[in-house]
Design a protein around this ligand. Sequence first.
Ligand code: HEM
Length: 458
Amino acid sequence: MPAVARRPPGPPLRFLIGNFPLFSPDPLAVFTRWAREFGDVFYYRAGWIEVYFLNHPSLIESVLVSQSQNFAKDKVIQNSRWFLGEGLLTSEGSGWLRERRLCQPAFHRERMASYGHTMAAYTEDMLATWQDAEVRDIHQEMMQLTMRIVAKVLFGVEVKEDTERVAAALNVLMRHTSGGRMILPPILRHLPVPALMRVKRAVRELDEMVNRIIQQRRVSGEDTGDLLSMLMAARDEDGSGMTDRQLRDEILTFLLAGHETTAVSLSWTWYLLSEHPEVGGKLREEFSQVLGGRTPQLEDLPRLPYTDKVVKESMRLYPPAWSLARTTVKEMELAGYPLPVGSNVVMSPWIMHRDPRFFEQPERFNPDRWTTDAAQRLPKFAYFPFGGGPRLCIGASFAMMEANLLLAAIAQRFQLRLVPGHPVAALPSITLRPRHGMRMSLSRNITKSPIESNQRKD
Ligand code: HEM
């Protein structure tokens, strides 16, 4: 008798259409409910798209690491090729491997050390514009700061004048790739509807900036050893270099992947600190012992362990990449279920990071959990904000260093409080943005001025 294909448990499927959790007002709540109800793996179908949702570290390890050769990036990433092109995030196979090797040196320890100075200097630059008792959208501030940083350290350009336009373009793109729109068939993007025209305009806006970066470097002909120089110096076996289109895809990928996620992570950190003033107090104690008002530099980070725990804990509760997904390229079996070619597999840091099997009182913001025995015993993929396996985030160390430095530099000088009544909700798009931004009031801490403290006695 032929084996009967079995499917994991899951929500009842509505005739023909199935389920559309991404179209619900709160997709994260729906996925969490299903995960708690159906266990390590559940199945649902959104129209013609079949989804296997994995909720156990060992299954996630299988997909990202031990059986990663059976998977390609998922439909959302494939769909985003129309604006991201074929950069490191979206490419596959031998082309991806070549790009990864090419870009890796930009993230080596020695190079990263030089990035720390720019991170600290640009943060000071931003802080110089902040006034006591002002209200600002902190999410926009974080986006602009991290964008300036990544453009400067990887591509040697100052984009201060462009940040607002790029942020506006990104807002359009992120809204377009949020909720159910993530899975709409690519053909629909050719419809002449106003929303799509806005998306096309946004892409043109980004293209303009990226092309300017390429042209500036072509004209200067400089080799500064940054990522742009590495990309421009790369040669194929036949001796040909990257085309402008290839360069554009890679630069855009790094500009977007290299600032949005870190900014999102910091925005949620400010929110959590505003809700938990006692954590802010402990942070300031650490700063006064280690920094004493001085601008933090890379060398200070090993002596700021509490700051690091705050960043880790914030990424647990609000992982900027809230879901990772893959499509099977080979028929296979997973958790005892047969997966045909083309099956979609989803793994969510949001769900795993709040799983009570692995985290005690999972909803509680408790940075100290990271120094408990339980944290030492965590299975590898119970916490995976940067993914894992061959497609592990290439910027993971960059992002941790940046989040720690920026948090220390800013929280040492200001306390940020959410404006009463400002709505806070997560927008599950490619990243987990605060849907309504993050309006916060600033109050300056009374510390020695950095100039005073930087005058060290030798
Ligand atoms: C808190 C900040 C960040 C988070 C949470 C994050 C998260 C991730 C995750 C989860 C992936 C893997 C996606 C998958 O497997 O499908 C990824 C890939 C990637 N990230 Fe990050 N990222 C962050 C910061 C950065 C930074 C700062 C850069 C660059 C400067 C960067 C560049 C990339 C690139 C290029 C990839 C694709 C790598 C590949 O496929 O080889 N990311 N990121």
